[in-house]
Design a protein. Structure first.
Length: 153
């Protein structure tokens, strides 16, 4: 019974770690015919909270920036899509909106990392509680150099 629990926990931990650590990789062919790999873009160019930021100017003008990967940004001014050849007219605004977007993404990434760490720690705690792995103990051995360097005798 304990072996089954251990295998299930190991499988769950592996899936969690693999999901949080690795991105999908697709293969493509470069111009010279060699096979190359690149991170997969979901194939979806949809608006999401991680790639969209909205703001209102002092005159009441509504701006919405959608930035998906390395694609050209889509800027909406009062609900109308700005043509790509006019994006330079909004360069200072795009810079400010990009900084807001990056801050949103950084916050979401840190929340995701904290959630993943908590899940991993919960798995480890359950494995220790079930006796499937032993909790790491500190050993009493301290190297002589450590004591000398830190002034302990």
């Amino acid at each position: 019974m304990n072996k089954i629990k251990l295998n299930l926990w190991i499988a769950a931990a592996g899936v969690l770690i693999a999901h949080s650590s690795f991105s999908q990789v697709k293969k493509g062919v470069s111009a010279d015919g060699r096979e190359t790999t690149f991170s997969a873009i979901d194939g979806k160019n949809e608006e999401s909270p991680l790639n969209t930021v909205a703001s209102t100017g002092p005159d009441g003008t509504r701006f919405k920036l959608i930035q998906i990967g390395d694609l050209l940004p889509r800027l909406y001014v009062n609900g109308k899509l700005t043509p790509t050849n006019r994006l330079n007219d909004y360069a200072p605004l795009l810079d400010k909106l990009n900084h807001l977007l990056w801050a949103q993404q950084k916050k979401a990434a840190s929340q995701n990392e904290a959630r993943n760490s908590a899940q991993q720690q919960a798995i480890v705690n359950d494995l220790v509680k079930d006796g499937l792995v032993k909790k790491r103990q500190r050993c009493g051995f301290v190297p002589t150099d450590f004591r000398r360097i830190h002034g302990e005798r």
